[in-house]
Design a protein around this ligand. Structure first.
Ligand code: KG4
Ligand code: ZN
Length: 341
């Protein structure tokens, strides 16, 4: 029987402080502390995020170890998010991970956050469906929107990406126009469930086959709302569900169009989604339908592995551990890091 590998992982790239313990490919704990402080500012305030990480990191790690029911002496390695993300936030997790690995004299493993969103699909759980290689992953988050061809755990190629805003930003900025709190993506999803998706047609952008653009859509939504408000000052309040449903429908149509293009171009019909926006109920439903309609095999992450979490860092750390792919203590956080780096 194989030895049990225990990895403690830390994620602090943006505004969630998270720690997770994994035993081989199985998650024992995944603790996430959300930072409420940003909601009233309509977006993440980097300075406040790093301070909150500093406060949260010790209790979050302690909780992760307790829930996993192991001691730190049992750990085989420490994994942490190296980037991409906010530098001040990344530094908190990086420094903490380095100190802990040094103190315990165990390997340190640096993890690329973008790879981790994708590799979350390799977490083993009851009823989990693990993708076979090669597959296509649509990574949709607050900072990124890309279509990635995944040939192996660590062999990835970007086939297309956004030329301006990320899809999560499109959700969040649209929500802001509607006066909703940050992050607005989950709120749009919630109101959209009660609305008519075809109530207001928004124009889809024209960009390359596998590329994305969301800034025009955001401006289109802003002008449309301003125009309607001149006619009826209560337009948003009276039509919130329909507006949200229409915005969400347009965004998901754009994502589905691009996935169809990717399948046509690569011939690969194994399609995964990853990142915070993959929590969206409409994209999840549409992908499930695509199994029936287009014969795709689709991989939809469990809800808790969609938005930022340390379990995805832990599974990536575990896969790197198996390859003896460790970091040196001189490793530094990187605000910018491509999925292929
Ligand atoms: O992956 P993530 O947690 O952080 C980044 O790495 O960016 O993604 C956060 C993004 C936010 O823009 C948030 O509004 C969006 O994911 N999001 C959603 C939903 N849940 C989270 N967008 C649409 N529908 C949702 N249900
Ligand atoms: Zn993320």
């Amino acid at each position: 029987m194989n030895k049990s590998i225990y990895i403690l992982a830390i994620e602090s790239s943006c505004d969630d402080t998270s720690a997770s313990v994994i035993c081989n490919a199985k998650v024992l704990s995944n603790v996430v502390a959300n930072q409420e402080v940003h909601s009233k500012y309509g977006g993440v305030v980097p300075e406040l995020a790093s301070r909150a990480h500093q406060q949260n990191i010790v209790p979050v790690v302690q909780q992760a170890l307790e829930q996993a029911n192991i001691t730190k002496e049992q750990l085989s390695a420490i994994a942490f998010t190296k980037g991409p993300g906010l530098m001040g936030s990344l530094l908190v997790g990086t420094s903490f991970a380095k100190s802990l690995a040094l103190g315990l004299q165990i390997p340190l493993i640096d993890v690329n956050h973008m790879q981790a969103h994708i590799l979350a699909h390799f977490i083993e759980e009851e009823n989990s469906k693990i993708p076979e290689f090669p597959f296509i992953c649509l990574t949709i988050s607050g900072g990124h929107t890309q279509i990635v061809k995944v040939t192996n755990h660590f062999e990835m190629e970007i086939l297309g990406q956004t030329i301006d805003d990320a899809v999560g930003e499109a959700f969040d900025k649209s929500a802001k126009i509607l006066g909703l709190a940050y992050p607005g993506g989950p709120l749009i999803d919630k109101y959209a469930k009660l609305g008519n998706p075809k109530a207001y047609p928004f124009t889809k952008p024209k960009v390359g086959d596998l590329d994305f653009s969301f800034s025009g859509l955001k401006t289109g939504i802003l002008y449309f709302i301003q125009k309607q408000q001149r006619i009826n000052p209560n337009f948003i309040e009276e039509n919130l569900n329909d507006i949200c449903a229409s915005i969400q429908y347009t965004i998901v149509e754009i994502l589905m169009d691009k996935l169809k293009n990717a399948v046509k171009k690569t011939g690969i019909k194994r399609i995964a989604i990853a990142g915070g926006v993959s929590a969206n109920s409409e994209i999840r439903a549409r992908l499930q339908l695509a199994e029936k309609h287009f014969g795709w095999s689709t991989y939809i992450p469990k809800f808790e592995y969609t938005t930022d979490n340390a379990a995805m860092i832990a599974i990536t750390g575990y896969l790197k551990f198996l390859n003896n792919n460790y970091a040196d203590v001189s490793v530094t956080a990187k605000a910018r890091l491509k999925v292929t780096e």
